[in-house]
Design a protein around this ligand. Structure first.
Ligand code: RAM
Length: 339
């Protein structure tokens, strides 16, 4: 699995070029009259998160091609309960589809089911709810590979030995919990058995809280060799804390936005981290929502559709569609990425 992830990372120059082309908004597909004009509500986990702002860029590019309109709104706090009123508003205001990154898989499910009963199509992207509350999930790259890759990125920087901590998002964040599950499984393998996970801390995808948690880790674990932060908010806050505390000997990796991490890679504080093209994720999500509204995609495994310039996508088991391939960023390539 890990091999597949690295092969993808290193070997797919063509995919990367395509992804970057999309980010730059090159070209336009041109809709037919019958396909035009759907109102789509894009509901990320929270506002003020540059990761989701990047997904909004891609969503707008797709909507422009399709003639759809996008409303982008969410609570300021990454909370499933706080997303519920936004779901209800979208239903009341006659949106044809809601694309949501679920801050909490269970908390949003009843409201999403109510939306479906009112004939509003529900698509998840980035973070999933329960399958019965949505038609399809436009997924991140395979969770197992991404979880295992983060253990390898840290392990390779600390000689596969010593204490490390995880700085996550919220305790109920669906995608972070998936990655952490696979990280815990990975460190049971012989290669990683001298790596000891001492704590999983939660910064709640809030910059201030994430920084506070990173500081607390440094204080509580003086022998800490590394931190894995599988959230773009957490890794950026932790990089700042390590830099300010002059503790860059504690290796930091995880999932980050190149635009937020570039300076720490250049300074040498961070050597390697990963993500995917989140602009493209938003782009594919809107193309998927459009196909669901039109009835081309009903969530049945094997259905295939065209996600604009991103090419064809096929619905997998349980309505899961892999939206984007992964990337790893280092000093050698970080300047190529604009998001
Ligand atoms: C944060 C959010 C998002 C996640 C990324 C990696 O921006 O938690 O859901 O996918 O990190």
């Amino acid at each position: 699995m890990r091999r597949k992830w690295f092969t993808l990372l290193i070997g797919t120059a063509a995919v990367a070029a395509m992804a970057l082309g999309l980010s730059a908004g090159i070209g336009s597909a041109g809709p037919s009259e019958a396909e035009q004009g759907f109102k789509i509500y894009l509901l990320p986990k929270n506002l003020g998160n540059p990761y989701f702002n990047a997904s909004h860029q891609g969503a707008k590019a797709a909507a422009k091609e399709l003639g759809d309109t996008i409303t982008y709104n969410a609570p300021t706090e990454a909370s499933g309960t706080k997303q519920v009123p936004f779901i209800d508003t979208a239903v009341r205001q006659g949106y044809r589809a809601i694309i949501i990154s679920a801050a909490d898989a269970n908390a949003v499910a009843p409201a999403l089911k109510r939306a479906q009963q009112r004939n509003v199509k529900v698509i998840t992207y980035d973070a999933d709810t329960v399958p019965s509350a949505r038609t399809a999930f436009v997924s991140l790259p395979d969770f197992k590979s991404v979880g295992e890759a983060q253990i390898e990125w840290l392990g390779s920087q600390i000689g596969y030995r010593g204490e490390f901590a995880i700085l996550s998002a919220t305790a109920v964040a669906p995608n972070q919990n998936q990655w952490i599950k696979y990280m815990r499984a990975a460190i049971r393998k012989p290669k990683y058995r001298n790596m000891k996970l001492v704590k999983v801390a939660y910064g709640d995808d809030n910059d201030t809280k994430s920084a506070r948690e990173a500081q607390a880790l440094l204080q509580a674990y003086p022998r800490l060799r590394g931190i894995i932060s599988p959230t773009t908010v957490g890794i950026a806050a932790a990089a700042r804390v390590l830099t300010q505390a002059k503790k860059c000997n504690v290796r930091l990796t995880g999932l980050g936005l190149p635009s937020q991490m570039r300076r720490y890679v250049k300074s040498g504080c961070v050597r390697k981290f990963g993500l995917w093209n989140v602009v493209d994720l938003g782009y594919v999500a809107v193309h998927t929502a459009h196909a669901v509204i039109r009835g081309t995609v009903t969530g049945r495994a094997g259905q295939s559709y065209r996600a604009g310039k991103a090419g064809r996508r096929t619905v997998g088991k349980n309505g899961v569609i892999i939206g984007v391939p992964p990337f790893a960023f280092t000093r050698a390539n970080i300047d190529k990425f604009k998001f």
